[in-house]
Design a protein. Structure first.
Length: 204
């Protein structure tokens, strides 16, 4: 391996390692919203846990979605041989919305059963819609600027692009649904995460 190839491998490795850390941080923050319902000394534990189902629902949806995105991100770097400045910024914007997910999850957990459930659903769906848009642009940029690995990179990145289009379509639907039912919108987002988990070819 020549020095140029080694430098390219080093740069992509650094960016992937940084991204992994951000994904891990975001997914860890989600668990902070799970609390002992009897911590204040009142109430029944079982009933308290049952009453917290919106928190668990939001946690499960966000955890699975971030997990699927991390897997897809890992696969993305199997197809990318080198990176450039624009790729790094696009990846950074992707991580911006990944780290926003714990906050949008807290909104869903706190308001999904209230009169503000539609607003919480809209914000939640918008976060994932933005993620799908940036993901598609990241894959498109890698293909147009020939940042791909010579063996299977092009085919893999095309799968990533198709996966981003699928995600965008369903997240757009979830955003529209959120104006009528926040919980239905979150349920649709969970279904999308399950789809990606059982159909990995959708992301590469």
């Amino acid at each position: 391996m020549d020095s140029n190839a080694k430098n390219e491998r080093k740069e992509t490795g650094r960016l992937e390692a940084f991204s992994d850390g951000v994904f891990a941080f975001a997914i860890t923050l989600l668990v902070l919203y799970l609390k002992d319902p009897t911590a204040n000394g009142n109430g029944n534990l079982l009933q308290g846990l049952l009453d917290q189902w919106p928190v668990f629902f939001g946690y499960l949806t966000s955890f699975l979605t971030i997990l699927v995105m991390w897997v897809g991100h890992h696969q993305l770097f199997n197809f990318v041989r080198r990176i450039d400045r624009r790729f790094m910024f696009l990846n950074g914007f992707l991580l911006l919305f990944v780290t926003l997910t714990p906050f949008t999850t807290s909104l869903v957990a706190d308001h999904i059963l209230s009169k503000d459930s539609q607003i919480a659903g809209v914000i939640y769906a918008s976060d994932f819609l933005c993620l799908s848009v940036i993901w598609g642009n990241l894959a498109r940029h890698a293909r147009l600027k020939n940042l791909l690995a010579p063996d299977g990179g092009d085919a893999g990145i095309r799968n990533q692009s198709r996966g981003a289009v699928i995600g965008f379509s369903f997240y757009a639907i979830a955003l529209g649904v959120a104006f009528f039912s926040g919980i239905a919108s979150v349920a649709l987002i969970l279904a999308v995460a399950v789809f990606y988990a059982v159909a990995p070819t959708a992301q590469g």
